[in-house]
Write a protein that binds this ligand. Sequence first.
Ligand code: ADP
Ligand code: MG
Length: 359
Amino acid sequence: MAQITLQNLAHSYKPNASSDADFALKALDHVWQNGGAYALLGSSGCGKSTLLNIISGLLRPSHGRVLFGDRDVTEAATAERNIAQVFQFPVVYDTMTVGENLAFPLRNRGMDPAYIAGRVQEIARMIGMEEILKQKARGLTADAKQKISLGRGMVREDVNAILFDEPLTVIDPHMKFELRTQLKALHRAFGHTMIYVTHDQTEALTFADKVVVMYDGRVVQMGTPEELFERPAHSFVGYFIGSPGMNFFDAKIEGQRAFVQGVEVPLGAAYGPVSGRAQIGIRPEFCVLAREGGLPFQIQRIEDVGRHRIIRGTCGDVSVNVTLPEGMAIDAEATRLLFAPEKINVYADDWRIAPQGEQ
Ligand code: ADP
Ligand code: MG
């Protein structure tokens, strides 16, 4: 196993790339710690698969280096990298049995047959396929085949990392949770570096210790689920994480105060001069409606989402969501919007800026 370092990495699928827009992956430096459980989260087309395929060696980057430990593997073939990769759609050998499919990576490496048999049993138990080990893969459902792919990705103990590229897409919703739990257990048991690609924040937040958020070919933040929630580094992270996402308002920042639509909003900390487009970001969970103070708020509609409710409305021409905690009544006369000052983040041109005194 090894730490994986991406140095000044960038990739374009175009032969004569010149502008930033030509790059599916923009210049990137990143370290994946040995043994980490990472989620790579972002919307479709942001470059997640491109990044994963560069790590596994399916794709050679147009710029930069990939290091495993101290070894430069940028030019090394996939087979030399000792990486297991599980794709979005099943890759199984139809003519082989379930057991033979699972054993394939081990047989390929000439492992001891007794060891292979034991390991195949162990993996089959994890994916719930002990009963059908002798059955041919042909004719199994896509769901079952994908479980085999997952099992085969996890069968080797000597890999540098296991990469999962949206592996649960074809799995039925009930099974998704179970498999994710299994993957997590496997990570705890064997300590492999795992990178799990998904566009689903719930999957990312439940699987990973560290979530790497990508937007438009860039890593915009790496953090714990709590950090992504409390201090989104980029407005995209604010929108993308949370349901609904963060509210943003154009603002003028003056020390420990913001001015939004001409109304003074106290901040939890003081800020230096802000250059560029200044905004404040506040999560719906930290907004409250009151009868006085704050900004004028107009309710559009109220949605019931399980235990709590979401009030959707507007402040002037800005759409705003407010989370109403469980059991709290709606006051028809509460037409003002207030924020918890210490939960407000300040952004300049979409990037969060640190208040004075923050480490
Ligand atoms: P994601 O996995 O996050 O959905 P991808 O890494 O697949 O994103 O794609 C990133 C960008 O690169 C997209 O704009 C996509 O259209 C483009 N792209 C991906 N694969 C290729 C390819 N083989 N040739 C040309 N463009 C590609
Ligand atoms: Mg992809």
